[in-house]
Design a protein around this ligand. Structure first.
Ligand code: GAL
Length: 413
């Protein structure tokens, strides 16, 4: 009996250790309902292949907190297998030699041909694939409660003036016009759209991508700050510090009219059982039609011990797989990170997202999002956050904010 029992214990322990060999530890900030649902698609696919998923979630939209935790992990010599990462952060880690080389897999699977150039710029470093792109999001969207719009007879606004008229109507009806969470990255997400709407694509590029001091300090930028201040008058009293998904919930529940947010917001509407065109609508931030400010979540693969590499490659392959790219992005609100995935399974917002992306890319109107790390490295992004948040909260007036922006961006480079 004793022998029998020991045998069982031994074989359980053995199974455990065999399974542990095929394991990935993934650090990410996908903790909202919609985000978690999307991530489950990836977990499920890997588990089917016998790869166990060790979850390392670090809450905080935009990923700042996750990046802080990551630094601590790498400093202690124990990096996770893979880390959700945005744009210039990937380049930073690659520069430090911390990332793995995925070239064999990328060549075998033909990634060069199917991943758009704008994404490859970040997935590759020095000719080597170091990250697997999972999606393309964009930040210049409006998410609206359709019932409120219909009841108040509001058409989708296409210009700044129409937007203000719409917000006035919603406010007059006793609703919160703009659902917003006062966190620097959320303020900056709106700023992406306001700068694009105010100055157009050339101005956005000059100011936020090229970091041209003249554009940063221009009257157009001052107008953008004035518009941010104007938008501030449409949020509720409790906006400070609110998480983005709770702001989405205000629109979902009919307490607020609109949210200005990237298309990860759609994941929340879908998770709540809502349908585009029925319960909510999605349209481009007024004045930014035809342009796209994008960010792409990629899984940066860290240099890990040989015993962990097979599982890491399986993870990267699972991320790039076309069927996964469709299934995941349908739930997440983003669009595929490869150009050969059909839009068949996507809803109208997703189809529009894919079409807008392709058109903006073809016409030179696709730009990296400043708020989400695709326009400039982290230090500059942080400097922009600081000025934008102070301005949004009325701590500095638009003229002073414009001046501070020039100085802060210069100091951060
Ligand atoms: C973005 C990320 C999205 C979404 C959002 C809110 O930076 O790219 O995937 O998760 O943060 O958490």
């Amino acid at each position: 009996m004793y022998k029998l029992l020991m045998g069982t214990v031994f074989s359980v322990a053995l199974t455990g250790s065999v399974m542990a060999a095929e394991q990935v530890e993934v650090l990410h900030w996908w903790t909202s309902g919609g985000e978690a649902a999307a991530l489950n698609v990836l977990k499920g696919n890997l588990e089917k292949e016998g790869v166990a998923w060790q979850d390392m979630p670090v809450a905080g939209g935009g990923g700042e907190q996750a990046m802080t935790v990551l630094r601590a992990r790498v400093t202690s010599g124990n990096p996770p297998t893979a880390v959700q990462m945005l744009g210039f952060d990937i380049t930073d880690w690659a520069e430090q030699g911390a990332l793995a080389d995925l070239n064999d897999l990328a060549a075998k699977e033909g990634w060069d041909k199917v991943v758009p150039e704008a994404l490859q710029k970040f997935s590759k470093y020095d000719g080597k694939w170091v990250a697997a792109p999972v999606n393309v999001h964009s930040t210049n969207w409006v998410w609206a409660n359709k019932k409120i719009f219909d009841e108040l007879g509001i058409a989708e606004p296409t210009s700044w003036d129409e937007l203000i008229a719409a917000l006035d109507k919603i406010k007059a009806a006793g609703k919160v016009a703009v659902a917003h969470g006062g966190q620097p990255w959320q303020d900056a997400t709106i700023f992406d759209a306001v700068v694009m709407s105010t100055g157009g694509p050339d101005f956005y590029k000059k100011a936020l991508v090229d970091l041209d001091p003249e554009a940063l300090g221009s009257d157009t930028m001052k107008t953008a700050f004035e518009r941010m201040a104007q938008l501030r008058t449409y949020v509720d009293d409790n906006f400070s510090g609110r998480d983005w998904n709770l702001a989405s919930a205000m629109v979902i529940e009919g307490k607020a009219g609109v949210q200005f947010m990237g298309d990860w917001a759609k994941g929340e509407f879908l998770k709540a059982g809502q349908k585009p065109g029925v319960d909510f609508s999605c349209f481009r931030f007024p004045g930014t039609q035809g342009t796209v400010t994008f960010n792409s979540d990629q899984f940066a693969m860290f240099s890990v011990g040989e015993d962990k590499q097979a599982a890491q490659v399986k993870l990267a392959a699972a991320i790039a797989e076309p069927g996964f790219q469709s299934a995941f992005n349908v739930v997440k609100g983003s669009v595929p990170a490869r150009t050969d995935v059909p839009d068949t399974d996507f809803d109208d917002c997703g189809k529009k997202g894919m079409k807008d992306l392709a058109e903006a890319s073809a016409s030179g109107k696709l730009f990296g999002s400043m708020a989400h790390g695709h326009a400039a490295p982290a230090a500059v992004k942080q400097a922009v956050y600081d000025v934008v948040t102070a301005a949004f909260n009325g701590q500095v007036d638009p003229a002073a904010a414009t001046k501070q922006l020039v100085e802060a961006v210069a100091a951060a480079q």
